[in-house]
Design a binder for this molecule. Structure first.
Ligand code: THU
Length: 182
């Protein structure tokens, strides 16, 4: 196990009065966070995600992505894997992250522990070219509990020699994600 510090994202709001009304640029108030990471488990998940990417069905984009999720409270420590599955209607396509998470949620699990994402062919590209899309971030958010002592973590595989990947929690991956406050 290793301890990591997820960085603070702290910037104040700015407000500008205009003739049409106040324009507010919202700042961030996310404190730093220490998390413990099981790097051996993460490595296994990244490898499972990489393997899943081989089975992606991507005849349109040829962009193959795999994901592997480990859920909290799973006594069997199942690695739920998924790959992107494209459709000729394009909009019917589902990303790897959502494929893996729907498998986990369908098995009854509700809280994400670790999710690894791995693109097959762009592993050394900039982070934006390997990162989960906005829809997947919102989907992940459903299964992340930002208040939990041990937050759900997302690992984005990196193909640089000796680099396992980038680590984020959902607050840093999706700072203004939608919350359905009941
Ligand atoms: N894709 C994913 O599987 N995950 C993402 O987060 C980004 C995009 C897939 C969807 C589509 O099949 C292909 O990559 C190109 O967008």
């Amino acid at each position: 196990m290793v301890k990591l510090t997820l960085p603070a994202m702290a910037v104040a709001d700015t407000q500008t009065q205009t003739p049409a009304g106040l324009l507010v640029v919202p700042g961030f108030q996310i404190p730093p966070r220490d998390v413990w990471v099981d790097e051996v488990l993460v490595q296994r998940l990244v490898l499972a995600a990489r393997d899943a990417a081989e089975r992606a069905y991507a005849p349109f984009s040829q962009f193959r992505v795999g994901a592997a999720a480990l859920m909290d409270n799973d006594p069997k420590h199942t690695m739920f894997t998924g790959a992107n599955v494209e459709n000729s209607s394009y909009g019917g396509t589902i990303c790897a992250e959502r494929t893996a998470l729907t498998a986990a949620a369908s098995a009854g699990f509700r809280r994400l522990r670790y999710l690894a994402v791995c693109v097959r062919d762009a592993l050394t590209a900039p982070l934006c070219d390997r990162s989960p899309c906005g829809l997947c971030r919102q989907f992940m958010r459903q299964f992340c509990d930002p208040q939990a002592t041990n937050p759900s973590l997302i690992f984005i595989a990196d193909g640089q020699p000796g680099v396992l990947g980038q680590v984020l929690d959902i607050e840093r991956l999706l700072p203004w994600g939608f919350r359905f406050a009941k």
